[in-house]
Design a binder for this molecule. Structure first.
Ligand SMILES: *Cc1c(COP(=O)(O)O)cnc(C)c1O
Length: 334
């Protein structure tokens, strides 16, 4: 099947599986799984932070980070469209007793500075304590302008807020911008990075930050059920991805660009935007269900909505994109 639903669908290939089966393991809750330790150190070093912590999912890494930054009754400033607000089941509020203060994202994914200024609350018993700013990069595939990031995090710091970056796809931003991870991550106190998206590992995220922050997050990880044992098997896949699958994200980006260009030839489809490995397209609502079935019958998995997202990744080739576009053209030509 050609699967364009998400970049989470990548399967580990033979070389990654070989690295996993050769992994040296220990018990990570005891802190002695050498492969997990190696991954945590590698990601911490590459991102210019003191320490790293391996998590089973990005959702848990983000939640543990929010809980490590905030206490009960604190709040974090976050975008309406941010994963940590919209797509994580309300975990910060449910499990962290942390109140989100959502702000409408601008079209480029940023949170307008003046809206943040207005949302930061004075120290007063009436208000939740504003403690944290959480940004996301990439967001909707878009790379945040680093000038914006510098400005937003400087504002946060000047008001005594900590800063967290949901960098699930930060490596896409690294490759697209040509700036190193340490540079993109420098303004933040903590960053979560997913290995199970375009980097192609089956499972895993790493949270990086200061030693003190990571020690607090480790306690929350245990409480949240994320303390894994011989997790070196999984960390080995992430190490493999770090070594082999970062630079190649550029191929996904050019494939997405190609996909957007080809879909623009289809009159019924309105390409809204393309950035890094994502293409957003408007499809007439009357066609969504039938087109999705038509494609599935031809070995192509999509999620057709009025505003559809197609993601390129290491299991989608340029030829697969041609197959997909031909099938779409075939559908509309009936
Ligand atoms: C995928 C993703 C996460 C984490 O998701 P998990 O499925 O829990 O690993 C977090 N933030 C963003 C922006 C994501 O795309």
């Amino acid at each position: 099947m050609i699967d364009l639903r998400s970049d989470t669908v990548t399967r580990p290939g033979p070389a990654m599986l070989a690295a996993m089966s050769a992994a040296e393991t220990g018990d990570d809750v005891w802190g002695d799984d050498p492969t997990v330790l190696r991954l945590q150190t590698a990601v911490a070093e590459r991102s210019g932070k003191e320490a790293g912590l391996f998590f089973p999912s990005g959702t848990q890494a983000n939640l543990a980070a929010l809980m490590a930054h905030c206490e009960r009754g604190d709040e974090y400033i976050v975008g309406q469209l941010a994963h940590t607000y919209k797509y994580e089941g309300g975990g910060a509020a449910v499990l962290g007793s942390i109140q989100p203060q959502p702000i409408e994202n601008a079209a480029d994914g940023t949170l307008p500075i003046e809206k943040m200024v207005a949302a930061i609350k004075p120290i007063d018993n009436h208000f939740a304590r504003t403690r944290l700013l959480a940004l996301e990069n990439t967001i909707g595939g878009k790379v945040l302008a680093q000038e914006y990031v510098t400005q937003a995090t400087a504002l946060a710091k000047s008001r005594g807020l900590a800063t967290h970056l949901d960098g699930a796809r930060l490596f896409n931003a690294v490759v697209a911008s040509g700036r190193p991870l340490a540079e993109l991550g420098a303004p933040f106190d903590s960053i979560s990075i997913c290995f199970s998206k375009g980097l192609g590992a089956p499972v895993g995220s790493v949270l990086v930050g200061s030693n003190a922050l990571i020690e607090r997050a480790r306690r929350w990880r245990k409480m949240l059920g994320g303390g894994m044992r011989q997790s070196g098997v999984l960390a080995a896949a992430c190490l493999y991805a770090l070594q082999h699958n970062v630079e190649r994200l550029g191929e996904d980006h050019s494939n997405a660009e190609y996909l957007a260009r080809k879909l623009a030839e289809v009159e019924e489809m309105r390409v809204q935007s393309q950035a890094t490995n994502m293409v957003f397209v408007q499809i007439p609502e009357t066609h969504c269900a039938t087109l999705e079935i038509w494609l599935k019958e031809r070995g192509i998995l999509t999620q057709m909505l009025y505003a559809s997202r197609f993601a390129t990744h290491l299991d989608v080739s340029r030829a697969d994109i041609d197959t997909f576009v031909d099938a779409v053209k075939g559908y509309f030509a009936r």
